[in-house]
Design a protein around this ligand. Structure first.
Ligand SMILES: C[S@@+](CC[C@H](N)C(=O)[O-])C[C@H]1O[C@@H](n2cnc3c(N)ncnc32)[C@H](O)[C@@H]1O
Length: 204
């Protein structure tokens, strides 16, 4: 199993689920996904950057199975503590950009993980490779922000949100069809608003 040298979420995992902003984002993103993404009891899902499972815990009851992928053992340890996910969510601590899973799913979901990946195009190509033809991507992250969402100097944050047109173009370059954007939610941190987009696209 791939073991990262440093777990950048080690100190954040303990109280992650109690923080209001991740809670609000997972609620907004879940509602947006359930409203726009077809899923059912046969759907096999991969949650990229699943963390403590805030998102996949809400999606799991609507699908067959979820593979929760993350590189933080501390975050995944919180996910496996959730009894309601036992038997429904499989945990994989692996950097799939370096070592792909070697299997494909019907739906890839992700919330607030893309800004932690330096090479966005490489990430989207990796997610594409993990989807069956006709499978769907549903990915949420911050719209372009002024760099204040994270504390200054925080490690492992490579993007201050994303421009929707640029992500749409990267998705098409990666082999996705018909990227469609909605606003999943807007959250407030220290009095400043930050909007979160949901983009859905189909694997060609
Ligand atoms: C801000 S948290 C979001 C967690 C969860 N998706 C949520 O919405 O609550 C970002 C997560 O992305 C994970 N991550 C960062 N780089 C990753 C990579 N290369 N592969 C998988 N997960 C990664 C982090 O370990 C962390 O758990």
């Amino acid at each position: 199993m791939f073991r990262p040298m440093t777990d950048l979420f080690k100190d954040r995992a303990a109280d992650y689920d109690q923080r209001p902003v991740p809670q609000q984002i997972s609620e907004g993103v879940t509602a947006a996904m359930l409203a726009t993404v077809p899923m059912g009891p046969e759907t096999r899902v991969l949650d990229f950057g699943a963390g403590t499972g805030l998102l996949c815990a809400k999606i799991a009851p609507h699908v067959a199975h979820v593979v929760a992928v993350d590189i933080s053992e501390a975050m995944l340890a919180k996910l496996v503590e959730k009894p309601e996910l036992a038997g429904k969510v499989e945990v994989v601590c692996q950097n799939i950009l370096e070592r792909p899973l070697g299997r494909q799913v019907d739906l890839v979901i992700s919330a607030m993980a893309m800004h932690h990946i330096e090479d966005t195009g490489a990430l989207l190509r990796t997610l594409h490779a993990h989807l069956v033809p006709g499978g769907r991507l549903a990915l949420a992250d911050l719209d372009t922000e002024d760099g204040t969402f994270h504390p200054p100097g925080v490690e492992g944050v490579f993007h201050t949100g994303f421009d929707r047109d640029a992500i749409g173009a990267l998705l098409v370059d990666a082999g996705f069809l018909a990227p469609h954007f909605t606003t999943a939610c807007t959250v407030s941190r220290d009095g400043r608003p930050y909007s979160v987009f949901l983009v859905t696209a189909v694997r060609a």
